[in-house]
Design a protein around this ligand. Structure first.
Ligand SMILES: Cc1cc2nc3c(=O)[nH]c(=O)nc-3n(C[C@H](O)[C@H](O)[C@H](O)COP(=O)(O)OP(=O)(O)OC[C@H]3O[C@@H](n4cnc5c(N)ncnc54)[C@H](O)[C@@H]3O)c2cc1C
Length: 496
């Protein structure tokens, strides 16, 4: 199918080659727009980044995807098939959970197996999981036609209004954590489901119940790895853009968004190049756009409004880690305390919950001949002032390793053949995001969860925002939904 248009529909400049920027570029180029992308770093992908060492391949950012149809739809819109570019591997179990008291279980994607596990823990009541997922399904139907289609700042369309029939009122406005406690009595099932708000960098006790859609999405559509690493997707998108004549420039920071009155005029790059444009799409953190618009006095996103950052250790470890799950979560002994430290005291937790990703367990191509890649991550506050110097990293590493040891993870430190550490500070500097806040603003409370920065500037005609810091939020599938919304806005954009 050839969906490309022969005429140039307009000129678009995209600031940033993150996933959202590349996806928007592809959608617009497919519709005949002349598209240019400038990226401040030397490679595309933004937080979706790659590192190679000791023959191992590491994704430095996202390590799992869900909602695979969103990825398929992006390629289909460009007349392509995702399967021709990337092989999605379903991960089984979805994750292994290890608790501080020594208890552990695997979260099986096979429903009968998982219901049996729930039944044992919930005094014979497995249907509680089904009711939990049924609520998530209703919220998903509601989101599909509303939150996942357009920003609440846009005028609602008839589909969004008719989807209101799915709205289970009490649960939308209630508390996420209360909803989890309503469904489960087992403390470990509760802790497992309380973890999901961290997927959007937020604290479980502070987000609205609407986020119940996240565990639903994961169970209904699975957890997937991409063969060769998630970065394969970035390579595929970049190749497609090049083939379609999109101009891609690396090490080319945008320093100004230029306008003529209240209309977009173009973008100025650090080397003085001017790219005239009918529309500009900001894929960098939305909080950075006032500075590009010549309002340098605008404050950065306040720390109290930021989502979580993370501390990531990438370890190439000699030998193999047979018999371990692809994803394992080692829970801290006091989960509420951990979020109090992260959001109120704004410090790295004394006893962090640690997530371990062993991609070679599902995809041997990620391993080196004699080494296996391990991605280890703990949540961290997105502060500006934390030095993240050697001493701070060493102390944080001691706490992470202590949690891994307590959970029975093998002592791999003496087998390390290569290491790379991503601190919140390094993320902040590499991607120019406030304090390394991975998901922009947190989703605490109804206002922050639903009314994220919109995708279209309401004052400047032709200026748009795409990516995790804007609507509908962070995470790879939601970023792709953001790109779809922005593209639809632009395709409706009148050039005159
Ligand atoms: C450690 C970590 C783990 C994660 N885990 C997962 C996961 O398991 N699953 C999942 O779905 N998601 C995960 N995410 C989130 C996911 O990676 C992001 O939500 C998504 O990749 C963000 O895409 P984006 O379009 O917002 O662009 P970004 O990745 O934010 O990229 C924006 C780009 O804009 C560039 N830029 C900024 N300013 C300028 C400028 N002035 N001029 C030119 N270029 C500029 C930046 O350099 C950057 O390349 C994770 C992220 C991290 C960091």
């Amino acid at each position: 199918m050839n969906v490309q248009c022969s005429q140039t529909a307009g000129r678009a400049v995209i600031i940033g080659a993150g996933l959202g920027g590349l996806a928007t570029a592809l959608r617009l180029a497919t519709r005949g727009w002349r598209v240019r992308v400038c990226e401040r770093s030397g490679t595309p992908g933004g937080k979706m980044n790659r590192w190679r060492a000791a023959g191992c391949t590491f994704d430095t950012g996202p390590s799992l995807i869900t909602m695979p149809w969103v990825f398929e739809e992006l390629f289909a819109d460009a007349g392509e098939r995702l399967a021709d570019y990337a092989r999605l591997i379903p991960v089984h179990p979805l994750a292994e959970y290890v608790f501080a008291d020594g208890d552990r279980f695997a979260y099986s994607p096979r429903l009968p197996e998982w219901l049996a596990a729930v039944r044992t823990r919930e005094g014979g009541r497995a249907e509680t999981f089904l009711r939990h997922m049924a609520l998530g399904a209703r919220l998903f139907e509601l989101s599909k036609a509303s939150f996942f289609r357009s920003s609440p700042f846009d005028r609602p369309d008839p589909a969004a209004l008719s989807a209101l029939k799915y709205m289970p009122l009490r649960h939308v406005w209630g508390s996420y954590a209360e909803t989890v406690r309503h469904f489960y009595h087992d403390p470990h099932l509760r802790q497992m489901f309380l973890r999901y708000p961290t997927y959007v960098g937020s604290a479980p006790e502070r987000v609205p119940a609407m986020l119940t859609v996240i565990p639903y999405l994961e169970y209904a559509f699975g957890v997937h790895h991409i063969e060769g690493g998630l970065y394969t997707l970035i390579e595929a998108l970049t190749a497609l853009l090049q083939a379609r004549g999109v101009e891609l420039r690396w090490q080319a920071p945008a320093v100004a968004i230029e306008r003529a009155g209240e209309r977009i005029a173009g973008v100025r790059l650090a080397d003085g190049t001017r790219w005239p444009a009918d529309v500009v799409v900001m894929n960098g953190d939305v909080s950075r756009s006032p500075a590009l618009l010549g309002q340098p006095e605008s404050p950065s996103l306040p720390e109290s409004e930021r989502s979580l950052s993370g501390l990531v250790f990438l370890w190439a470890v000699q030998g193999r880690l047979e018999g371990r799950a692809h994803h394992t979560v080692f829970f801290s002994s006091d989960y509420p305390r951990e979020f109090h430290e992260l959001f109120d005291e704004r410090r790295f937790p004394a006893d962090p919950t640690v997530y371990v990703n062993l991609p070679a367990r599902s995809d041997p191509s990620m391993a080196g001949p004699n080494a296996e890649p391990i991605f280890v991550m703990a949540n961290a506050p997105a502060n500006d002032g934390d030095p993240w110097d050697e001493a701070m990293i060493a102390e944080a590493r001691r706490r992470v390793v202590a949690r891994l040891r307590a959970g029975g993870f093998p002592d791999v430190e003496h087998r390390l053949v290569a290491e790379s550490v991503w601190t919140p500070r390094r993320m902040a500097e590499t991607y120019d995001m406030p304090g390394g806040a991975i998901y922009g603003t947190h989703s605490h409370g109804i206002r922050r969860a639903f009314f994220r920065p919109p995708n279209r500037d309401r004052r400047i005609h032709g200026l748009y925002y795409v990516g995790g810091s804007t609507h509908p939020g962070g995470g790879t599938p939601t970023v792709l939904l953001s790109a779809r919304m922005v593209s639809e806005h632009i395709l409706r954009h009148r050039l005159s």
